[in-house]
Design a protein around this ligand. Structure first.
Ligand SMILES: [Ca+2]
Length: 413
């Protein structure tokens, strides 16, 4: 797998791992799993104890038990509904704010400074107590060369309609220029606008959508609502997608706001908002393992079902409780938590961690940071293994603290 095709977070982490591996390679040893490596820090000493058998990649060793929250600090305060975050190779953090701003945080690994002027603004359609606006953001794996940044946002369409689009901008002298539309006219609404954008390990650009409050669209493969989409970085359709001339990668989704790839297998997982009806038609937020061309059931089934036409979820919130899951990541940093799937929850006001076995079954589940920082929108793993967690308390559904919204720097052990 080419390094240049990896998602940003995985890429940096992998580079760090490779740096360590290269460092100990003369001795033929595998990297010590307990060694923390921060990109840009001096190379670790080559005195790591060699193991008898060279290992081409770290063995996944997720702890089947609780993670320890060692430290949480507010890295940035005063944001307005930050939705997505990514790290540039030069240390800049790019953060979307739902009202339509892309903000820059200069981050040296310990302290952070929020730049007052936005990197870019887009004409996002926002209104109180809705979910639309500027949502996803991803940096190109070749950002250092091409400066490309991908954004997904809702805007005002004809009449009273809302539409969503994917655009690409380019970093020039520290600002975004040359907005280019890559995908347009995805039906939107006040709710269920999906919006996560990430590069996969295959170098393709993945975009998640919601049903736009018209449930039947999710089963209809002639539109892009209620789908996981897969595009070439230039917006064209990959020739190996499951439906000819279609960006659809999977369908039957209600509202997908989180995607991530398992660092060892490359398997794609997503988080999905379930319905908010009355028992038993309630809740059922889902985590799904996404396969090419898979149908995940919405709106015919939600949560667990015996209907073999649809792919079953990996885990759900059940019929009583709502997580409202959003941004997700797999922990890829070498250590006992590697391979854990972690996602931010809004209504659930916690960070959810699950551990999967080799067959993809959940063998451990826990809540971190519960009721401490309010609604959580996204989680991003830094090369150090620390997490950046975005709060979403100024979205008219939370109770913001004075410092909200915040970017938290979370250290797990
Ligand atoms: Ca489902």
């Amino acid at each position: 797998m080419a390094l240049t095709t990896l998602a940003r977070g995985s890429c940096l982490t992998t580079l760090a791992i490779l740096a360590l591996t290269a460092c100990v390679a003369p001795g033929g040893g595998a990297p010590e799993r307990t060694t923390a490596v921060i990109a840009g820090s001096p190379a670790p000493s080559p005195t790591a104890t060699p193991s008898p058998t060279p290992s081409p990649s770290p063995t996944p060793s997720p702890r089947i038990g609780p993670a320890v929250v060692q430290d949480v600090k507010a890295l940035v305060s005063g944001l307005v509904v930050p939705w997505a975050i990514d790290l540039a190779p030069d240390g800049r953090l790019f953060v979307t704010e739902r009202p339509g701003r892309v903000r820059i945080v200069r981050f040296d690994g310990a302290t952070a400074t929020l730049q007052p002027e936005p990197w870019a603004t887009v004409p996002a359609r926002v209104s109180p107590n809705t979910e639309r606006g500027l949502l996803g953001l991803a940096l190109d794996p070749q950002f250092a060369k091409n400066g490309f940044v991908y954004l997904y946002y809702s805007y005002r369409g004809p009449g009273t309609s809302t539409l969503n689009r994917l655009v690409r901008m380019r970093d020039e002298n520290g600002a975004g220029v040359d907005e280019t539309i890559l995908l347009d006219d995805v039906a939107g609404s006040e709710q269920h606008d999906g919006g996560r954008v990430k590069f996969g390990p295959d170098g393709k650009l993945y975009v998640t959508t919601g049903d736009g409050e018209v449930q039947q669209r999710a089963q209809d493969t002639s539109n892009y609502n209620g789908k996981v989409l897969r595009l070439n970085p230039d917006g064209t359709i990959p020739s190996d997608n499951p439906f000819p001339n279609s960006a659809i990668w999977s369908y039957g989704h209600r509202n997908v706001q989180g995607i991530a790839w398992q660092p060892d297998t490359g398997a794609l997982y997503e988080t999905e908002h379930g319905p908010s009806g009355i028992f038993p038609a309630c809740c059922n937020d889902e985590v799904n393992r996404i396969v090419r061309g898979g149908n995940y059931g919405w709106p015919i089934v939600a949560g667990e079902s015996n209907d073999t036409r649809f792919r079953p979820p990996v885990v759900t919130s059940g019929r009583v409780e709502t997580w409202a899951p959003s941004g997700a990541t797999f922990l890829a940093h070498v250590g006992p938590l590697r391979g854990s799937f972690v996602f931010a929850t809004l209504r659930g006001v916690h960070l959810h961690r699950i551990v999967l076995d080799a067959e993809g079954r959940v063998v451990f589940e826990e809540r971190l940071l519960e009721n401490q920082f309010g609604r959580l929108r996204d989680v991003f793993e830094l090369p150090s293994g620390q997490l950046l967690v975005l709060t979403s308390n100024r979205d008219e559904r939370g109770r913001p603290a004075t410092a909200d919204d915040r970017i938290l720097l979370v250290t797990l052990g």
